[in-house]
Design a protein around this ligand. Structure first.
Ligand code: PLP
Length: 216
């Protein structure tokens, strides 16, 4: 950020019209061109997809990362990986993008809506606890609008009830909680897996052609 805001006579961060979206710089265009010229445009013939997953996992500090077509499918992949399906319930904040709860329905499970905190707009552990019953399998926390959720009470709750803690990180890519990247904080005591989902689009900070996701 500029020392002095443009409003107070500082330099403008943007001169001229807003750039269109999506907008790609030359290195990105060249990288795509290189793949097209190689003819290895499939995940299993080329290496770019797997390289990216490896580098992503390394960057954010998780063991694995699997790229998906969008954020919703990243959440769906996470739920499927945890074996969540018909008969199960997943607690999700009532205030989030529709995809958070939609992915639970898509998995055949039931979303249970908990309140969010007034101050950070993220899932309230106290509200979530009221919804826990014998069908509850997971809590899905959403780091909304770049706000990093207060994870300690949610981790404690998940541990207490033996639940998975899934982080929907679609809106907080690169965020940190107590020195750990968002998406690597959630864990389960049942299998010790960290599970998180990212997506890239115009609401988040990184952009691809339209939308993409990753489960780690
Ligand atoms: C919090 C949250 N979760 C999940 C998604 C789903 O991502 P996608 O639109 O790429 O499926 C979004 C999309 O905006 C989101 O904001």
């Amino acid at each position: 950020m500029q020392e002095k805001l443009a409003l107070h006579g500082g330099p403008k961060s943007l001169d001229g019209p807003l750039p269109p979206w999506p907008c790609f710089d030359e290195p990105s265009v060249n990288a795509v061109e290189d793949v097209l010229r190689s003819g290895k445009v499939n995940y299993w013939t080329g290496h770019k997809g797997m390289d990216f997953e490896q580098r992503f996992a390394q960057w954010q500090g998780s063991k694995f990362a699997i790229s998906t077509s969008n954020g919703t499918s990243a959440l769906h992949t996470a739920l499927a990986a945890l074996g969540i399906g018909p008969g199960d319930e997943v607690i999700v904040p009532s205030y989030t993008f529709i995809a958070s709860s939609f992915s639970i329905l898509q998995a055949g499970a039931i979303p249970r809506f908990a309140d969010v905190n007034r101050d950070d707009h993220c899932l309230s552990a106290a509200s979530a606890e009221k919804l826990i019953n014998e069908r509850t399998k997971a809590i899905m926390v959403v780091h909304l609008y770049g706000n990093v959720a207060d994870m300690d009470p949610l981790i404690a709750l998940a541990k207490k009830h033996n639940l998975y803690l899934i982080e929907d990180n679609a809106e907080a890519f690169g965020g940190e909680y107590k020195g750990k990247k968002t998406g690597t904080v959630g864990h389960t005591i049942t299998c010790g897996t960290a599970c998180a989902c990212w997506k890239w689009n115009r609401n988040s900070r990184t952009s691809t052609t339209c939308s993409a996701g990753i489960t780690a």
